[in-house]
Design a protein around this ligand. Structure first.
Ligand code: HEM
Length: 404
């Protein structure tokens, strides 16, 4: 079973099976996903450690960076590093490219966990620049297929991630509160939200049991490019409007872009499949609604912005990583049909992550129990991710039948 976005089983695809590093380079998700999950647990457990007096620094910056750069970033890298070259029929990542990217990812995450945020950001910037270069060269020189329109939003995510990190690395640029917030919006929101919308248009129909959301060649593709460009402009403009014009208008525009991008995905399971599996149900019943509430919530509760943003971070980005990651792992271990099953383990994972999201939100509304609720949320999140790791453990290094 090949990667869901794969259209080419080319020659270079078969050679890596014989050599472990080349095989991992062809399918970077196999290392990036588990590593991202471990960072995701560590980044959240900074809070219980801090409140128990076991941490010598305040973890706010390290937590935010580990969660976005090392957890979310690992899933972006794992997904784009695997699917990007295949979508355009280009050669897969080489062992050197993969090893350098993975080492930068590890170094960045470890630096952030130790409170060395400047070094961590520098590694992350190099990581995103390296991935962009690797994909850009393939797109310019080796592509055999035109890039699908949603790839534009993935590219926008990389650009937001690099711009935001560059700003954090240059404190001299952050002369006003708005500039400081812009760095946060670009890195914490744009870097993940844009690829979620782009990849979602392509992947979500597949997760509901339909075909890929690829437009047909010709007019449909031209329309899709136009829509992607409009969504990209709306998303970017929403940051500027939120900071310099009107916060509610900016957030509403971002919400509108989110709905416009994902609104026409067919959310009913494919006819004939009977019912949606646990993870597909979690996508439409929890993940998307929590993400939407996280984007729109601060319009009504401006003073609780960070609390509502955690609905997007935990219930949106976090749960989505787990769901899409599961689809990729099932697909690449020859068990794709298991994604559409109902499963107690999947239910337990979804439950733990949703509880984490709601507990994190509620914490900021209850001053007397805020800290204990942060700790419960952190533990619930850690349990959900640990279960996911254990559930998929046999699949991370399980070679597919056709060796790809
Ligand atoms: C589930 C348990 C979690 C807890 C208890 C928690 C706790 C917190 C707290 C207390 C802050 C505020 C830091 C400050 O004083 O500025 C914060 C900020 C942040 N958290 Fe979390 N968090 C959790 C999960 C996550 C997840 C899963 C993500 C991302 C996937 C995430 C991403 C962020 C980001 C990006 C910020 C900075 C927000 C901003 O400054 O705009 N958090 N978190």
């Amino acid at each position: 079973m090949r990667f869901p976005a794969c259209r080419h089983a080319n020659q270079s695809a078969r050679t890596p099976a014989a050599r472990p590093l080349a095989w991992l380079a062809a399918e970077p998700f196999r290392l990036f996903f588990p590593s991202g999950v471990l960072f995701g647990i560590a980044g959240v457990m900074l809070w219980p450690l801090f409140y128990q007096g076991q941490l010598s620094f305040h973890p706010a910056a390290s937590h935010a960076r580990v969660m976005i750069e090392s957890f979310g970033g690992a899933f972006v890298l794992g997904f784009l590093g695997t699917a990007g070259p295949r979508m355009i029929g280009a050669p897969r990542l080489t062992s050197w490219e993969f090893s350098s990217l993975f080492l930068l990812h590890l170094a960045g995450g470890i630096c952030h966990l130790l409170g060395r945020n400047v070094w961590g950001d520098a590694c992350f910037l190099a990581l995103l620049a390296g991935l962009s270069l690797a994909l850009g060269v393939r797109l310019a020189m080796f592509r055999r297929e035109p890039p699908p329109p949603p790839l534009l939003l993935a590219a926008l995510g990389l650009a937001c991630g690099m711009a935001g990190t560059l700003m954090w690395l240059n404190p001299a640029w952050m002369k006003t509160t708005e500039m400081y917030r812009l760095a946060g919006l670009l890195l914490y929101h744009g870097f993940l939200l844009a690829p979620v919308m782009g990849v979602g248009i392509f992947m979500f129909p597949r997760l509901m049991g339909h075909g890929f959301g690829e437009p047909a060649p010709g007019r449909e593709t031209r329309n899709s490019w136009r829509n992607m460009i409009l969504v990209a402009i709306a998303l970017t403009a929403s940051f500027w409007i939120e900071l310099w014009v009107n916060p509610a208008a900016g957030l509403s525009l971002r919400f509108a872009a989110f709905v416009a991008a994902l609104g026409h995905v067919r959310w009913r399971p494919a006819s004939g499949s009977g019912h949606a599996g646990t993870l597909a149900n979690a996508l439409r019943c929890w993940c998307l609604p929590l993400a939407a509430a996280g984007i729109l919530g601060p319009v009504f509760f401006a003073a609780r912005r960070i609390a509502f943003e955690h609905l997007l971070f935990v219930g949106g980005f976090g749960l989505l990583c787990v769901i899409v990651g599961s689809r990729v792992l099932f697909g690449h271990s020859g068990k794709v049909e298991r994604f559409h099953h109902r499963s107690w383990m999947a239910r337990a994972i979804v439950f733990a992550i949703v509880v984490a999201a709601l507990t994190r939100l509620s914490a900021d509304f209850m001053p007397r129990v805020t800290i204990s609720h942060y700790e419960y949320a952190a533990w619930s999140w850690a349990v959900g991710l640990l279960l996911w790791l254990v559930w998929h453990a046999p699949r991370f290094f399980n070679k597919d039948d056709d060796g790809t």
